[in-house]
Design a protein around this ligand. Structure first.
Ligand SMILES: [Zn+2]
Length: 410
């Protein structure tokens, strides 16, 4: 199925590109008009037009652009709401379920071509869901995927990748520093590391405090951000004190760790629903992939606890919360479910959920001057949804228009 989607994606690309070329005016200027616009920074506007040229936003105005108020925009989107393309700060585009019904592994029967198509399908599904930038954390397959998207060979979101994460607690501090430098030369955009066990194993801290300092300080000196898998309170505390940039999961954090992250400016990327729901509702595929009854028990326990943890995070003064779904196989394209759930079950304000997936995420990724808002000078990563997500956040699941860097894909 995914391979089929990937194939469809590949076949669609030239048609989309032609449609786009045909709709550009002589000056190369494109206008998009809709009833409502959310700028990604908390601002909103009715009866809005965004003007795009050369892949960038050149103006955001009220009413219709052009001399006559009756002049039609290139894209008349009626009652839809425009907003910046979503930024998902934790995705695994390389994860897919094989034709044998289990998670793809390096040594399985799938050919490289089959794998590549499945991964391209994941990227296509993600882009169609309105996600125009992802941070993949990560695998070696990300490099050709990132470059294929950047060259326009396949449709997908812009990709930042950590390549292979760092996790080996047997390595010395010096070896870990060397590994950070190696990732940089391999082309990584950031460093992903595991400071704790997985959820099912209990989530205890694995890398020592000194090892965490070695990795996060070396990365910082090279200008790379560090994104840390940390489940237990102790591992979150250690990674925060080590100066790492961003904490993933944090399912067992207490109020003290949340306050500590806020104090240190450490970005928090908790997953509340989608990744857990995806495992639970596709239990057959995950059982074939090696999950046990114990795994599902741990997932169910986590699922019942995460909304309360998230509500405490939202209530923590000064804590920067970003939107990372941890989308794995079968979750690609369902990314917006996480935002809806954060609002419904975790009590986040819809506008704050939107900001966490746009301007706040862009800031966390160091890309605030490129993406995350509808403002002049930024890349034309623009989506439109059916409804006003600042009032009904489920509208983010009804994506009707997707433009990335000025190219319309949906
Ligand atoms: Zn993950």
């Amino acid at each position: 199925m995914l391979a089929l989607i990937a194939l469809a994606a590949l076949l669609l690309l030239p048609a989309r590109a032609v449609a786009q070329a045909g709709s550009v005016s002589d000056t190369g200027t494109v206008t998009i008009h809709a009833a409502t616009l959310l700028d990604g920074r908390g601002g909103s506007r009715r009866n809005a037009t965004v003007t795009v040229r050369g892949g960038r936003i050149v103006a955001v105005t009220t009413g219709r652009a052009g001399r006559a108020s009756s002049s039609r925009a290139t894209y008349e989107l009626g009652t839809l709401t425009l907003l910046p393309g979503l930024i998902d700060t934790h995705v695994h585009p390389g994860w897919y379920i094989t034709s044998e019904g289990r998670l793809h592994r390096d040594a399985d029967a799938d050919s490289p071509a089959t794998s590549a198509l499945a991964m391209a399908g994941n990227l296509y599904a993600t882009l169609m869901a309105g996600v125009t930038t992802i941070q993949s954390v990560g695998g070696s397959e990300d490099l050709p995927l990132r470059d294929a998207v950047a060259r326009g060979v396949i449709p997908g979101p812009r990709i930042l990748t950590s390549l292979q994460p760092l996790a080996d607690a047997r390595l010395s501090a010096d070896s870990l520093r060397a590994l950070v430098r190696l990732r940089k030369t391999q082309g990584a955009d950031l460093i992903k590391l595991f400071a704790s066990q997985g959820l099912g194993a209990g989530g205890a801290q694995t890398l020592s405090d000194a090892q965490l300092v070695a990795i996060c300080s070396e990365a910082k000196s090279l200008g790379l951000r560090t994104v840390v898998h940390a489940i237990s309170a102790a591992s979150v505390r250690a990674a925060t004190l080590a100066g790492c940039s961003q904490i993933e999961h944090g399912m067992l954090v207490g109020d003290a760790e949340l306050a500590l992250m806020a104090q240190h400016g450490t970005v928090f990327d908790p997953q509340v629903c989608l990744v857990l729901d995806n495992y639970l509702r596709n239990s057959e595929a995950w059982t074939r992939s090696g999950f046990t009854a114990q795994s599902f028990d741990a997932l169910r326990r986590a699922r019942s606890a995460t909304p309360a943890m998230f509500a405490r995070a939202v209530a923590t003064r000064g804590l920067v919360i970003v939107y990372g779904t941890d989308a794995v196989a079968l979750a690609h394209g369902h990314n917006a479910e996480e935002l809806a759930c954060r609002v419904r079950e975790g009590g986040q304000r819809p506008m704050d959920a939107i900001r966490s997936a746009t301007s706040v995420a862009a800031q966390a990724l160091g890309l605030a001057d490129r993406i995350g808002a509808l403002a002049p000078g930024l890349d034309a990563d623009i989506i439109a949804v059916d409804g006003d997500p600042s009032r009904d956040v489920t509208a983010l699941g009804r994506v009707r228009f997707v433009m990335r860097q000025g190219v319309v894909y949906r």
